[in-house]
Design a protein around this ligand. Structure first.
Ligand SMILES: Cc1ncc(C[n+]2csc(CCOP(=O)(O)OP(=O)(O)O)c2C)c(N)n1
Length: 297
């Protein structure tokens, strides 16, 4: 277990290097350690987007516990060998939430935590949306919503053909589920009885312009997945124990794909960002960064 201290980004000490020494994840992290990590990831999100002056804080903050549970407790992966063929794969379909992916990868040791401060700069490996050709640990270039589950299905079927027992996780936004391609992939995944793929929906109720129910309602959302042949598990998406139990349950389901509908709050952890569509794609200014970091201290 290597999740040691919680140094600040840019500090002289780095957990990322010590975590990378673990070589093969997952770590035997406690819930308390993961909750501390979640808070730290939130601070990274605020700091990096604030420094960049643009980005998507709301949908990054809502997904924090989902990525924390996956990368530190569930997934088998090697930060020092990102292309390890047997690694579990995480596909960020809602690519605009790149900051939470970058913060998590950095804390695992894929690249230095200090690099987070280069978000969205010219020539940085950390562009506004993930690019699998330049960033270690990024599995899919995403950002054009609706494509990630199709991609994940291909990766899962490839694992079956290659006889590898890795698991594929795909994180979708609920607003993203307005895309028709998502439902084609939902249908196809069930058709092929794919059980090495788990979809997670960051069900924060909002999208770019406000509440889903006002833009394009999804209800009855769980029943729709079920009708398409999926096992459905609903959890509090900010409860690390609930998420871990759900992921373990999903691993046991055979001949059928599972979706975890994670009920979350957009902007979670920063009072003035919570459920506030203004922070879907707007960076906090210097004063807001300061306020947010105070709340996340
Ligand atoms: C194909 C496509 N259409 C439109 C957009 C612009 N866009 C970026 S984020 C977003 C809203 C996504 O909502 P959701 O999936 O719920 O994400 P979250 O609320 O979790 O940030 C939209 C429409 C896009 N990235 N891709």
């Amino acid at each position: 277990m290597v999740m040691k201290s919680v140094p600040e980004m840019g500090g002289s000490e780095s957990t990322s290097a010590s975590n990378a020494e673990a070589e093969v994840f997952p770590l035997s992290a406690s819930v308390a350690e993961m909750e501390a990590m979640a808070k730290k990831l939130r601070r990274h999100i605020i700091t990096m987007i604030g420094k960049a002056g643009s980005g998507h804080p709301g949908g990054s903050l809502s997904a924090v516990e989902i990525l924390t549970a996956l990368y530190f407790k569930l997934m088998r992966h090697k930060p020092l060998d990102p292309q390890w063929p047997d690694r579990d794969r995480f596909i960020l379909s809602k690519g605009h939430a790149a900051p939470i992916l970058y913060a998590t990868l950095a804390e695992c040791g894929y690249f230095p935590v200090e690099e987070l401060l280069t978000l969205r700069q010219m020539d940085s490996r950390l562009q506004g949306h993930p690019d699998r050709t330049i960033t270690p640990g990024v599995e899919m270039s995403s950002g054009s919503l609706g494509q990630g589950l199709s991609f994940a299905l291909g990766v899962a079927l490839a694992g079956r053909i290659d006889g590898r027992d890795y698991h594929v996780y795909a994180l979708l936004g609920d607003g993203e589920c307005n895309e028709g391609q998502v439902w084609e992939a939902i249908m196809a995944t069930a058709h092929y009885n794919v059980d090495n793929l788990t979809a997670i929906v960051d069900n924060n109720g909002q999208q770019i312009d406000g509440w889903n129910c006002d833009v394009m309602g999804l209800d009855p959302f769980p029943a729709k997945w079920q009708a398409f042949g999926w096992k459905v598990i609903e959890v509090d998406g900010h409860s690390i124990p609930e998420l871990i139990d759900a992921f373990k349950e999903a691993q046991k389901v055979k001949e059928q794909p599972t979706v975890i509908i994670a009920h979350t709050v957009k902007g979670k952890g920063v009072s003035f960002m919570e459920n506030n569509p203004d922070f879907h794609g707007t960076a906090p200014n210097a004063m807001e960064v300061e306020l947010a970091l105070k709340e996340l201290a």
